[in-house]
Design a protein around this ligand. Structure first.
Ligand SMILES: [Zn+2]
Length: 309
């Protein structure tokens, strides 16, 4: 991806600065952050082998009302799935990833120029106090909060990753200063399975500020773009001043773990349509598992946005 971006001439590539924990704690709970920071050490101290992976959870018949002390119980409390492991360097990687997101949004705030944050690990599945879906800190939420703190009254987070942005939805569900919209595989069929339905529209002050577009497996560009146009119209109507795009390219037809059928050329058109909003825009990388094609697909979105290609 980096090689493709450098070859594209789309803009200068920079390393981020260190933003510390404060922007993380604006979104995530302190006890969750402390857990992530100490998990690997606690896992090793318990004599466990391999990467730390949750294997027991609070469930419908066994609600977890207290946070366990043992690392196995703590993992189950803070993990939303068994798909995501923690190892040496996980916390540091998550910290670096949110620094990339913050550097990107800060560039936008300072210059008005669009920016792309090549964030790894991704962030949109991470909730206030849960990790999963390869996500630990919610980069898009951290960036959106940064834009609000800089004086913007309302920010849109548009999630076009194949998977529902459950973490971003949960974080902003009761708020009206962030409009969250997600186009994704119907959770009846697709990860994360337990959030992302159309009837989830927000609560309290946030009622009407959460918009889900669950789409059936096999959805191609024409139907996907119809949902996108509806989302863009809602962003306009809500008077959003800045756009954060949770950019996953696992909507690609060749993606090995997803089920939409967007072609590489379609990503150019995605970028063009996003540009028509005319909003200050920051793109943050989420998923994409067709490793050979993620570079060209990401660059196509950015090139389309910039009116190239
Ligand atoms: Zn995804």
């Amino acid at each position: 991806m980096l090689a493709r971006i450098q070859a594209s001439g789309l803009g200068e590539v920079r390393a981020p600065g260190d933003y510390g924990l404060a922007p993380v704690l604006a979104i995530h709970d302190r006890d969750y952050v402390d857990f992530l920071a100490g998990c690997w050490e606690a896992w090793q101290a318990a004599g466990r082998q391999g990467e730390a992976i949750a294997w027991v959870w609070p469930t419908r018949t066994m609600p977890g009302r207290r946070i366990p002390v043992h690392i196995d119980g703590r993992l189950g409390h803070y993990a939303l799935g068994a798909d995501t492991s923690i190892c040496e360097g996980t916390f540091e990687a998550a910290m670096a990833s949110k620094d990339v997101a913050l550097a990107a949004v800060d560039h936008l705030l300072a210059t008005g120029e669009p920016a792309f944050g090549l964030c790894r690990p991704p962030g949109h599945h991470a909730a206030t106090d849960q990790f999963g879906g390869y996500c630990f800190f919610n980069n898009a939420a951290i960036a959106a909060q940064r834009a609000l703190d800089a004086g913007h009254a309302r920010v849109a987070v548009l999630d076009i990753d194949f998977h529902h942005g459950n973490g971003t939805q949960q974080i902003f569900y009761a708020r009206d200063d962030v409009l969250f919209l997600s186009l994704h595989g119907d959770p009846l069929h697709c990860f994360p399975h337990f959030l992302g339905h159309a009837e989830e529209t927000g609560e309290g002050a946030g009622e009407g500020f959460n918009v889900n577009y669950p789409l059936p497996p096999g959805t191609g560009f024409a139907a996907w773009a119809e949902a996108l146009e509806d989302a863009l119209a809602r962003i306009r109507e809500a008077g959003c001043e800045l756009l954060v795009v949770s950019l996953g390219v696992d909507t690609f037809e060749g993606d090995p773990i997803s089920a939409f059928r967007l072609a590489s050329d379609d990503f150019l058109e995605v970028g063009r349509r996003l540009a028509r909003l005319g909003l200050p825009t920051v793109f943050l990388l989420e998923g994409g598992y067709a490793v050979e094609e993620i570079g060209v697909n990401v660059v196509n979105v950015l090139a389309g946005f910039e009116g190239r290609g």
